[in-house]
Design a protein around this ligand. Structure first.
Ligand code: AKG
Ligand code: FE2
Length: 519
């Protein structure tokens, strides 16, 4: 490390310990350690562990060498600790103290190009005659900028593993730069996705919608999900809205409030579709085995937007609990594109089942036993497969970022929006975060085409996640079992407030491209 860097580091260290440690009550010694890590590794490694009784965290041995090489490993049990961790902003501030006079956008590009290493980014900035990175186009301002180059320079040199490495149990891995994201979660993140004015227009339009949102949150997600936030459902046109009313069901209920896309939602659709299709192609070429799409994925280029959920999280405490999105109308191996606007919040992901490449199922008579096991939870009976419990990835989603949840995400991972201790208010949105999850519903899974159970309503599509021998198999099950009884919703989203349903189950078979095959 050069003398110059050391000098600047000492200056910055003094600043950091006197300001940030006051805010978070962090000890200067710990901060010093973190700073040293920031300067010597490609990203900060911070390993702490505390027990459930609330004893203070202690340094522990490194358990995930691959992970700790370039991302932060954090304590999953202690959200307070998470708050104290350094972010991209922190690294940017550090880099800016080493390279004064360069604008933050340029510094960010250096940082991204160097995969989060402050030291490398500083060296590169010093030696570059133009003081501009030559590659690493991640902070695009338009789609054409992105499409003309690789999504991220660091990804073109380092292969994303498939399957992804396990995140150590009880850890939260904070992925501080977009280039780290696909190495630990089946997602890709693009900050500054829309042109600034479009993002701001979209945000204003969405904020105008929010006051009329219902709190029918429990119906939108799987049962046992605590979802203290508001949401509404949108489709692309009136014809589809008509079709949805009284047709599509979410956790046992019909949605009465079906809206059509706002003008700016319509306007951004071509950008999102082109980006997602490019991302899918890139993933097929560079991540999936033999450069082939996974079984049941849509053919390349076919992802298109039919509908969206718009979510609003008003204040730090609003959140959505762990869930995966209902597959019923999306079908297997679906891709979801998620735009975030307003306040930055943490999106967390954890793997709950392995990614099964061959999900071929035989046609069989109803086999209730396996479903009961599946529903029984991790501690279920002898036939259940206790998937090793893993830690979680945390992705910070800033205003105007686009996160793509790739094809293996819904079947094998769960996601959540974590409650925050505090938030940085957004100049326009105040304490609110708006999120739009764009979806591609399949024509072949329209409600009139999917099986009905003995209760007479359309089934729900799920996968087996815990029964070893049938892992990854799809089945159509009774939707009524998910239905909430009138007046019995509560904040916990737990309990036995659902109807028993008829216990219907048939195995679901899909072709290569994920369309159903009916017997
Ligand atoms: O707010 C988010 O980013 C996630 C929302 C979500 O999980 C959903 O709409 O299914
Ligand atoms: Fe979701």
């Amino acid at each position: 490390m050069s003398k110059d860097i050391n000098k600047k580091r000492n200056f910055f260290e003094a600043f950091a310990t006197s300001s940030k440690s006051k805010i978070h009550g962090k000890q200067p010694l710990e901060k010093k350690q973190v700073l040293e890590d920031a300067l010597s590794k490609s990203a900060i490694v911070h390993k702490e562990q505390s027990d459930r009784s609330g004893n203070p965290p202690k340094q522990v041995e490194d358990r995930g060498t691959d992970i700790t090489k370039d991302a932060k490993v954090m304590n999953a049990q202690d959200p307070q600790k998470d708050e104290e961790e350094e972010s991209t902003d922190f690294k940017l501030a550090l880099l800016s103290s080493l390279q004064p006079g360069l604008p933050p956008e340029t510094l960010l590009e250096f940082l991204l190009t160097c995969n989060g290493s402050v030291e490398d980014a500083s060296k590169m900035a010093s030696s570059s005659p133009s003081k501009k990175p030559t590659s690493g186009v991640t902070t695009q301002s338009s789609l054409s900028t992105y499409l003309s180059g690789p999504p991220d320079a660091s990804q073109s040199t380092r292969k994303i593993p498939f399957p992804l490495p396990a995140i150590p149990k009880f850890k939260t891995l904070h992925l501080t730069t977009p280039s780290q994201v696909p190495f630990y979660a089946p997602t890709t993140l693009h900050p500054s996705f829309l042109p600034t004015s479009t993002a701001n227009k979209l945000l204003s339009e969405c904020l105008g919608e929010v006051p009329s949102f219902g709190r029918y949150e429990f119906r939108l997600f799987e049962r046992n999900v605590s979802s203290p936030h508001t949401a509404a459902f949108y489709v692309k046109d009136q014809e589809m809205a008509e079709r949805h009313r009284g047709g599509y069901m979410y956790n046992g209920s019909y949605l009465d409030d079906i809206r059509t896309f706002t003008p700016t939602m319509h306007a951004v659709i071509p950008l999102v579709e082109a980006h997602v299709n490019a991302e899918i192609n890139n993933r097929i070429q560079t991540v999936y085995p033999d450069s082939k799409k996974l079984k049941h994925m849509l053919p390349p280029g076919k992802w298109h937007i039919t509908s969206a959920f718009m979510n609003c999280y008003d204040g730090a405490k609003q959140s959505v609990g762990w869930h995966s999105d209902q597959l019923t109308y999306l079908g297997p191996r679906s891709v979801i594109a998620s735009i975030s606007l307003g306040v930055e919040r943490e999106f967390r992901l954890r793997r709950v089942a392995p990614v099964i490449l061959d999900t071929e199922v035989p046609f069989e008579p109803e086999d209730e036993e396996y479903v009961q096991d599946e529903e029984a939870g991790e501690e279920g009976g002898g036939k259940t497969w206790k998937w090793q419990s893993e830690g979680q990835a945390s992705i910070h989603l800033p205003h105007n970022s686009l996160l793509v949840m790739h094809a293996e995400c819904q079947e094998s991972w769960k996601h959540s929006i974590h409650p925050a201790n505090n938030i940085q208010p957004h100049p326009v949105a105040g304490g609110k975060r708006i999120n739009i999850t764009f979806r591609c519903y399949r024509e072949s899974l329209r409600p009139d085409k999917i099986p009905k159970c003995k209760c007479g309503v359309g089934c729900v599509l799920k996968t087996v996640q815990r029964v070893k021998e049938k892992m990854g198999w799809y089945f159509w099950g009774c939707q009524v079992a998910n239905q909430w009884k009138e007046g019995e919703d509560d904040e916990s989203g737990k309990g036995d407030k659902k109807e028993a349903g008829c216990g219907y189950l048939v195995w679901a078979k899909f072709d290569e491209d994920g369309d159903p095959i009916w017997e």
